[in-house]
Structure formats: C-alpha cells, structure tokens
Design a protein around this ligand. Sequence first.
Ligand code: URP
Ligand code: ZN
Ligand code: ZN
Length: 471
Amino acid sequence: MSSVMIIKNGRIVTAVDDYTADILIENERIKCIGENLEHGLDHEVIDATGMLVFPGGIDCHTHLENTFGDSTTADDFLSGTKAAAFGGTTTILDFAFQGKDVGVLQSIEDALKRAENKASVDYGFHMITRQINEQSLAEMKMAINDEGISSFKLFMAYPGKMMVDDADIFQALKLVGNCGGMISLHAENGIVIEQLIREALAQGHTSPRYHSLTRPSLLEGEATHRGICLAELAEAPVYFVHLSAMEALKQVVEARDRGIPVFAETCPHYLFFDESVYQGDSFEVAKYVMSPPLRSKEAQKDLWRALKFDDLQVVATDHCPYCMKEGHLGKINQKPLGKNDFSKIPNGAPGLQDRMTVVFDGGVKKGKLSINRFVELMSTNPAKIFGLFPRKGTIAVGSDADILIFDPNEKHILSSKNNYSNCDYSLFEGREVTGRVKKVILRGKKIVDNQEWLGNSRYGNFQKRGQFCGF
Ligand code: URP
Ligand code: ZN
Ligand code: ZN
C-alpha cells in the first residue's frame, strides 16, 4: 500500500462545512485539503465524484465481550469492530468493567487485553465504576491523567449488581469534573424498578413484555432529575447515556436552558421503534428487551426534534448484542436465559453496523436532520465530549485520516445476513434504506471497499483520550 493517498472530488461534509475538494493523506493523517491537488504516480487515488465524504463515525457506546451477571455479549472485538467498520464507524468507545473488589487500574488492564490484536477500528474505554472509595477515586484520577481513560459510567439502576448510591455519584462527579473528565449516568431508579419486578413476578407475569411495564418512563425522568441535581451541586458536567423518555428529555432541556453542562445521547432503537412491540406473550419480544425499554411514539418524535435542536448531542448504539437462539456460534446464556422469567433476559440489542445508515436514511433523507447536524451527532460531538477532538471527529489538516465515503442515493436492504456482528438478529431486518457505506479509511488505510474487507484486526489502536472540551 502506498503511504500517500488522495481522495478526489468528493463532497466533504463536516459539522460545519460542505464543499467539494481533494484530500491528501500522508502518514495516517490529513496533510492537505484543496482543489485539484497534485499527486505522484505512486499515490493511491480514490475518485469520490458524486459521493459524500464524512469523518469516520464515532460510536461512543458499545459493549464488546462485556459480561453482565452470567451473560457475555455475543460480539468480541474481532466481530464487533469489523461490523463497526462495515457500517462506517472508525472509532468505538467500549467499557472497562470494574469487577467486585478489583481496582480501577487493574480493570483497565483487563479491558486492554480484551481488545489486543482483535480491533479493526480505533477504540477507547469508559470505565464502569462500581465501588467509590478513597482508593478507587485516587485510581480514577490516575486513569484520567495517565491512562487516557477520561470518562466513567455509573449506574443508578441494577441494585446489588451495578448500582452506586447518590453519595457515590456526587463524589465521583466532583473528582472527575475537577480533572476534566466526564461522568456518564445510566438514569433509571433501580430500587423502585426492582420492586415493580417483584410485584410483576408475584402475579405470575413472566413474559418479556413485562420488562417494559416494570421500567416506566417516570422512573427514567426521576433519575435524570436527580443526576442533574447532583452534577449541579458538584459543579461538574454530566452525560446521560441511552436517553429514551420524554420525562428525562424534559429535565435535560430545562438544565441546559439554565446553562448547566448537561449532555445526552439517544440510540437508533429509540428513534425507529416504539413500545407497540411489547404486545402478546411471545418470547420474540425479547429482541426488544433493553434498558431503558422502547417508549411511546410521541417520545420518538420528541427525540428527533431534540436531536435537531441540540437538546440531545449524540446518537450512539448501546450495541449490547445477545442472541435469540441459545448456542448460536457457541454463545451461551443469551436471551433464552429469561424464557420463564423476563427479569433474567440479558438486557441489550445489536446495532453497531447499522447506525450511520439508518440515521442518514431516517434523519437526513427524511428531512429531520441537516447533513451537517448528522455529522455532528455521529462523529464530532462524541469526539468533543469524550476527549478525542480534533484528532478525530472532523476532516481537517492534521486530523487522523478516518474517512467514510458514502453514496447518498444507493438503496439497499438491511439484514443480519449481511452484518458482521455475531448476533443472530437485527432490529432493522428487511428495512430498505437509501444511502450506503462505500469505502472506509482508518488512519489512511482503506479497510472497507465496496463490501470487500481490506482491514485487519491488528490495525485498530487504543486511543488515549484527553479532557472534555466544553462547548
Ligand atoms: O440494555 C442495555 N442497555 N444493556 C447494556 C447495558 C447498559 O445499561 O448500557
Ligand atoms: Zn446503561
Ligand atoms: Zn450500554
């Protein structure tokens, strides 16, 4: 492969630009952007006439080989990052998970091993912290300053498993905010949800739809409000993952209007599906068992509007795949674990490969998002919020040459059969979309070319992240 590449005549779209030019790439970075750039005979030339040229997608919420309780997600870094690449995503942020009585720094080591020689796209980790004490707070500071792990996810749900209490959240917010990092919150009132689950099971309600009925949107709203109060008191920024409910969105809007640095993501499943899937007692419904669950059609409209008007800043997948068939590709303890008890169904759904395409089709093509806003939500904002910008998240001189060449007009049909995830289903099965990933370039190397795989699992690099750059 030539170490110099030139992309000619593409329509370059960033969060703020939209123009036609050539991009010269050298030593993994963008060296020059301009009209009619000269190039040598030995340079690799890509003709992008008629194509959109985006910064590579950044999915800041994935779960690859993550273990929750007895269940491990069906994708590891090998399959998951290949799916990401085919979907136009060149960087993912996954999770380092603090085991019980395991130190923060040790847990980071464990996460790095999970990705070793298995990553086809660049990656970083948020840290899921389960114990907040003097030692873990000290190690969190080291993680930010020395390890490039500048964000931490705390759970307000799953008591006895992952939940931390409000005092823990407050302490973590103060420390991480002071160090320029970011606390992410899973905002659902876990204690009341557990009570609702107990009540449902006691009445013999065991089928998957009760997952939704026991996680009402009011309890997402309540936890979001509480999280914002704690962040405000700690004078720290805060980020809400997988926001789904109108009640939660209202809290975010109100806080942002008051100038509080509150940020939030939603996920493709909340934008394209709603609670009407939770009907009947069929186990098929387990496909939609994720937390929070799908919400009303009205909430879906509000989420789209919020993306457009900057009440929400990011679309991330929360790719957390579990197979519907036990034993698929040798994966055990998958969705059927909850065949007789909805509360035992592993929570989560796949989506990594489809994110860019479905949001382009449902957002840009359907007139709900401008093309610049699309780039901002899918790449630039996650880079800014999680300390990757301007190395990633834009097309600019000096930035990593992570580039997605995208045909805005090609129609195709999504299916798990053309998906590189190990998961045996896709929420988007059979959906016709307009817009297709054509070529994907990661730090100057073409890794996908018209459905052909040119990448390799040793090329993805761990990304040490810097501070949250306030915006
Ligand atoms: O259901 C979900 N979202 N599972 C993944 C873990 C999480 O809370 O993000
Ligand atoms: Zn969560
Ligand atoms: Zn998640």
